[in-house]
Design a protein around this ligand. Structure first.
Ligand code: GTP
Ligand code: MG
Length: 148
């Protein structure tokens, strides 16, 4: 199995979508191994989005992400990175399919309510950055019912 870093951004937290987003990952069969609220600093967020430094929207993105608490989590399961991204939907909510998180709840690319790692390598980096304390190890009661 694989791990991915998923975050509900400040707009998703303010709009009361944390529970809905967690429910979708639970219902899909993923295992929650880390979870916390973080009001991140601009310096921290510049590390998180380091690969986007220099983009015209970068300063606005950092301001948006630092504007309130983020619900940070790590989900584990089959193909978690790619499946997590498909559950979030396209970056621009206008292009996100209905049924995805962004396709159901968002309209603007600068207020797209959630983040998901885009590769196994970024997932590893992001999990280390947001959860230096590490994830929780436990047996998932549903494992035998969700994987062969
Ligand atoms: P994340 O899961 O947040 O990393 O989104 P992503 O991987 O789908 O997209 P990307 O990493 O390329 O961009 C990170 C975030 O920057 C996006 O989720 C948007 O919030 C924001 N962003 C990306 N492109 C644009 C843009 O053209 N304009 C604006 N205003 N924001 C953008
Ligand atoms: Mg990204």
């Amino acid at each position: 199995t694989e791990r991915t870093f998923i975050a509900v951004k400040p707009d998703g937290v303010q709009r009361g979508l944390v529970g809905n987003i967690i429910s979708r990952f639970e219902a899909r069969g993923f295992k929650l191994v880390a979870l916390k609220l973080v009001h991140a600093s601009p310096e921290f967020l510049e590390k998180h989005y380091a690969d986007l430094k220099g983009k015209p929207f970068f300063p606005g993105l950092i301001k948006y992400m630092a504007s309130g608490p983020v619900a940070a989590m790590v989900w584990e399961g089959l193909d978690a990175v790619k499946t997590g991204r498909s559950m979030l939907g396209a970056t621009n909510p206008l292009a996100s399919a209905p049924g995805t998180i962004r396709g159901d709840f968002a309209l603007a690319v600068g207020r797209n309510i959630c983040h998901g790692s885009d590769s196994v390598e970024s997932a590893e980096k992001e999990i280390k950055l947001w959860f230096p304390e590490g994830a929780i190890q436990y047996t998932h009661a549903l494992a035998d019912w969700t994987f062969e």
